[in-house]
Design a protein around this ligand. Structure first.
Ligand code: ADP
Ligand code: MG
Length: 332
């Protein structure tokens, strides 16, 4: 058992042996309350391709002076583009333990921090979230899909995201300070099914690292990295399809490409003497994974553009003063 003190507060770790035989602290006492810690993620992926965005995230987490504090950036972009993977790969690059907290619309502040759980003995056990575990252990926490979370839960993180670097757990009645090595980032999807993150939180989640679609050679390398057994012709078809979709500003992503390939490969493996040609199987995979409209990207893109064009234009100042058919209307 190890004993630690932090200022005048007494903290100690209980060390237990896990099944692999190595020792890891499974719980930690903070201000007299024993917190059961969350497990770190066992494996972290490698980042393939564009190194610039990885460098930007690593720069945010650097400290250049004893008085310098790390930044907690938001990583934004379309779903399936690699945001979570980027954050995980950055933790791997820094050789830090990784914790992911999946944010949802019904995440409560105690889910983010400390949850009381009734133990078999009838007493209450306090479970630290992945975020609090990363804070205590000096790991990396990715708050994944942060814009799905409501304002009340975000409010509980305000002091963590500024110079105070601490949170207050109301249920456990304690304040928890982040280890110096603790790093954090938030991923946010650019889709409509999300909350508006309040401005005072956004101002703490800086800078914004905007992710774009990968270049052709990087996209091919990513697909090949995840599916090294994929036949070259299917890989090429998929990359061509994705690049065309990116060019037309359609939202199909690397994740979609991986699913199309996986299904096509499985379909071929089940029935190697399949009478259909490979590219027909690939088309079937696109249809099953992405729907019929994905088979004709050009028309899909035209339909989207038309739908946007049909939307009413925002009201201008003239609309407040003149009827639309008024000859004096400035836009007439
Ligand atoms: N640069 C990359 N290197 C390795 N894998 C990637 C890369 N970009 C995307 N991927 C893969 O694409 C899939 C979707 O990525 P993910 O990080 O889950 O996207 P997002 O979080 O933006 O929705 C994952 O399987 C991921 O491993
Ligand atoms: Mg993600």
């Amino acid at each position: 058992m190890l004993r630690f003190t932090h200022g005048d507060r007494f903290i100690f770790s209980i060390r237990m042996t896990n099944p692999s035989g190595s020792t890891a602290a499974r719980s930690q006492v903070v201000d007299g309350v024993t917190l059961r810690l969350a497990p770190a993620l066992a494996s972290t992926p490698e980042w393939i391709g564009e190194k610039e965005i990885l460098k930007q995230l690593l720069a945010c987490w650097l400290t250049v002076d004893a008085k310098d504090l790390p930044l907690s950036p938001r990583v934004t972009g379309h779903p399936g583009i690699g945001k979570t993977t980027l954050a995980m790969a950055a933790a791997r690059e820094r050789k830090q333990a990784l914790y992911i907290f999946q944010c949802t619309a019904d995440t409560r502040p105690e889910d983010l921090l400390v949850t009381p759980v009734l133990a078999e003995s009838g007493t209450i056990a306090y479970h630290a979230s992945p975020l609090v575990t990363a804070m205590l252990r000096g790991g990396v926490c990715v708050l994944d899909e942060g814009n799905r979370m409501n304002e009340k839960s975000w409010a509980s993180l305000a002091p963590l995201l500024d110079h105070r670097r601490c949170v207050e757990s109301i249920v456990a009645g304690i304040q928890i300070y982040a280890h110096d090595a603790f790093r954090c980032c938030v991923t946010m999807n650019e889709d409509a099914s999300t909350y508006e993150v309040p401005d005072y939180i956004l101002s703490r989640l800086q800078p914004t690292l905007q992710m774009g679609f990968p270049r052709k050679e990087d996209e091919l390398a990513i697909l090949r990295y995840h599916l090294p057994f994929a036949p070259d012709d299917l890989l090429v078809l998929t990359v061509q399809f994705l690049q065309e979709a990116h060019r037309l500003n359609l939202e199909f992503s690397v994740r979609d490409g991986l699913h199309v390939l996986q299904y096509a490969i499985k379909r071929l493996a089940l029935d190697p003497a399949h009478p259909l040609a490979k590219d027909q199987i690939w088309r079937e995979a696109v249809l099953k994974v992405l729907g019929e409209e994905a088979l004709d990207l050009q028309s899909l893109s035209r339909r989207r553009a038309r739908a946007l064009g049909d939307q009413p234009l925002p009201q201008g100042l003239g609309d407040f003063f003149f009827e639309s058919d008024d000859p004096l209307h400035p836009d007439k």
